[in-house]
Design a binder for this molecule. Sequence first.
Ligand SMILES: [Fe+2]
Length: 216
Amino acid sequence: MQFIEKAGMFAGSKSKMMQPKQFPYQPEQASSGSRKQFAWPVTGKLQELGGRLMAYYDEFPKNETFLCAFEEALLFTPDEQQRVYTRILMEDAQTRLLLLGLHESHPFPVHDHAGASACHVILHGSLRLRHYREAEIINKAMVRLDCISDRTLSAGDCDCVDSERAIHGLESVGQRVLVLNLQSRELDSKERHWYFPASMQQQEKRLWYRIRRRQD
Ligand SMILES: [Fe+2]
């Protein structure tokens, strides 16, 4: 049985709200084997991280702990205390596997990853993902960002961050999107930031506030 179908049945078995028909059967998206992982060339380390992520993706429908988290994330409703669903599914000294759930009402603000590597694959729903690059440093608290990619990913699609694609913002296209994320815990830099628009100018001319964020 393919992932999307089985996950839907699992969720539907415990909740009247979540019927299997809400999870379209998408055989071309359910197996990692037939999918191209990334839309651009990636380094060996990132390739290895992506390979491990897809092994977890394939394991997902057989792992009850993963499926329980999947169901919890489907039922998650954001509030001011918890705007995004996050759950650590697996952790070792080098990597951390996370389930991330975003609701359409609470996009994940633009942020960077301090040079760390991470890969993600969409489990359910659609994700609008925008990558940015710092084009100009105006002062300590303000930068100009170039948007270098703006894509919508659906179930089974992958993306990654590394030092070349370190800044991104995420938002759910439909009601919610669930993302499986594998990140390296070896950071190149401890400094991380949030970015918030500082002007209403066109995308390529827009200034952004850059604010340091607390480490995990
Ligand atoms: Fe991120």
